[in-house]
Design a protein. Structure first.
Lengths: 267, 295
């Protein structure tokens, strides 16, 4: 459903242009979870941002991004907003930064459903509660009334997930959704994300620097280095028979003693 | 939470007004309370002037010139025999109305320019910023004098001309702050939800820079009051025989030389006290806003 072909992104610099992405090509099938793994600065997040037209202002983006045949990079104005509100959702790294600090959580959820998706405010309120239950929040009313600073990172990330799945998008972009969280909540949040994704049959492009995490969550993994995808494969294959030296280096750089687990086990 | 758990042995609830004053004291300090008191007094005087002023501020009496402080004329009279206390009360009206126009017009247009240029960025931003640079090149009072030369002297002309001079300052300060906020994820995430720029600007950006807008407006108010008084002093703002503090300072000059300093001094004191109070309140509010931002 998502196919990225020859995506290149160049930042205009004072002296020389800086190539951030070099001919990235990857595909995500309907309902599939695809990982994008690499070290900091390898261009993972930039790839996600390009899909949503959120590349920096001084960047030149070339190539093609097709979303069910829709040429994403050519979208403008109203069409772009429709794509952002209905087809693709993004979950960012730090939930505390994502929510407006002066508005209660409920406004964040209702805004997305009312203003972007055209749901009546009253219905959106009800739906916000349902969504929070869906992401495993017990005290729904309390959380809805809370301000972002009153909630923990894990709790808030669930709110963000709830907001992301509210419009039943076909594609979920997850940009290191658990990196800013406690290790103890990482697993929970990941499990919730995975569950919601399966229930709604959404495809997901999952960006992380943690190869183990990607292996646990994704059906297929792309390894990225210096703006290029150097290797693609199913998790087991990357583990047993990594082709590219960088993949081997990534595997070797994991702290010793961490098990390789597939979905369902500990993450 | 809807229910608040209080310790069982709390003191009996103080009346709301006392509690409000205590809260205000904790926020603003003693000086802040005094400043608020002075501003309230001035506002009250201006609003109630028709009711409480003992004399008509524009009608004098030849037999009552320079009476000094008497029971009949609390603060004495000026060279035309007009009651200074009444003139101060009435003068508070134009002295507050002028800056109010300046602050209002400046806030509306300054913030509009700032937010528009922040949201659209690029060419729009560059263009608006250059226009602001152009405006910056004119000294405030010169711009006002120019406008008055064209449209004739009046409080409205003077206030509008000053507003135009003030807009670049407000726009520039707000723009720089809004620009910083614009690039934060909480502003970008609604954008990713497909919400339009205008809605994001009003709903997310504006509330987060509101403290700065309020502080700026308070401080602008003080500046505008001084500069409008200066214009009135020069005969370019409020026209005699109307009562206005700036006008009174200028009007009292001759009396000053004759040894009756009351009119100029009292009007000047009113201006200084009001401006200083507003400045202090603005600074307190600004300090609180800045502290809240760091937390």
């Amino acid at each position: 459903m998502l196919s990225i072909t020859d995506l290149s992104l160049t930042l205009a610099g004072k002296h020389a242009d800086l190539a951030i992405l070099r001919s990235v090509t990857l595909a995500v099938a309907t309902g599939e979870a695809v990982g994008l793994v690499g070290e900091s600065g390898s261009g993972k997040s930039m790839t996600l941002r390009s899909i949503l037209h959120m590349a920096p202002v001084n960047a030149t983006v070339t190539g093609q991004i097709l979303l069910d045949g829709l040429d994403v990079l050519s979208l403008r104005g109203e069409d772009l907003r429709r794509m952002r509100s209905r087809d693709v959702s993004m979950i960012a790294q730090n939930p505390h930064a994502v929510l407006n600090p002066v508005l209660p959580v409920e406004r964040y959820l209702v805004e997305g459903m009312h203003d972007a998706q055209g749901l009546a405010t009253r219905l959106a309120r009800v739906r916000a509660g349902e969504l929070l239950e869906q992401v495993g929040i017990d005290e729904v009313d309390r959380v809805l009334r809370s301000y972002p600073h009153q909630l923990s990172g894990g709790m808030l990330q669930r709110v963000v997930i709830a907001g992301a799945i509210a419009g039943k998008p076909r594609l979920l972009l997850a940009d290191e959704p658990t990196t800013a969280l406690d290790v103890t909540t990482q697993a929970e949040v990941c499990a919730i994300l995975d569950e919601c994704r399966r229930e709604l049959g959404m495809a997901m492009l999952f960006v992380t620097h943690d190869l183990d995490l990607a292996a646990a969550v994704c059906d297929r993994i792309n390894v990225m280095k210096d703006g290029e995808i150097v290797e693609t494969g199913v998790p087991e294959q990357l583990r047993d028979d990594p082709q590219h030296p960088y993949t081997r280096a990534l595997m070797a750089s994991r702290p010793a003693g961490i098990g390789w687990t597939r979905r369902g086990g500990t993450v | 939470m809807s229910t608040q758990i209080l310790p069982t042995h709390t003191r009996p609830a103080a009346p709301p007004l006392a509690r409000f004053l205590v809260a205000l004291y904790e926020r603003m300090g003693v000086l802040g309370l005094i400043a608020i008191g002075i501003v309230l007094l001035v506002v009250l005087g201006a609003v109630l002037a028709p009711g409480i002023a003992p004399y008509d501020p524009t009608v004098g009496s030849v037999t009552q010139r320079y009476t000094g402080m008497t029971a009949e004329h609390l603060l004495g009279t000026d060279q035309a025999g007009r009651d200074i206390f009444s003139r101060l009360l009435w003068g508070a009206r134009s002295s507050l109305a002028g800056p109010l126009i300046v602050v209002g017009v400046t806030a509306v247009f300054g913030n509009l320019i700032a937010l528009v240029s922040v949201w659209w960025g690029g060419l729009v931003d560059s263009l608006l910023s250059r226009v602001l640079d152009l405006l910056f090149a004119f000294p405030n009072l010169l711009l006002a004098v120019l406008a008055i030369a064209v449209f004739g002297p009046s409080l409205t002309t003077a206030a509008l001309a000053l507003s135009i001079a003030y807009i670049p300052y407000t726009a520039r300060v707000i723009r720089s702050t809004a620009l910083r906020e614009r690039n934060l994820p909480y502003v970008q995430s609604p954008q990713l939800q497909g919400i339009s720029g205008a809605v994001i600007t009003v709903r997310h950006l504006l509330p987060n820079i509101a403290p700065l807008i309020v502080t700026g407006a308070t401080i602008n108010f003080g500046f505008a009051m001084i500069e409008l008084a200066a214009l009135s002093f020069l005969g370019l703002g409020v026209q005699p025989p109307a009562a206005d503090w700036g006008l009174m300072v200028s009007n009292g000059q001759q009396s000053l030389l004759k040894g009756y300093p009351a009119e100029s001094l009292l009007a000047g004191l009113c201006i200084v006290l009001t401006v200083a109070s507003l400045g202090y309140i603005g600074e307190k509010l600004g300090g609180r806003a800045a502290a809240g931002r760091k937390a």
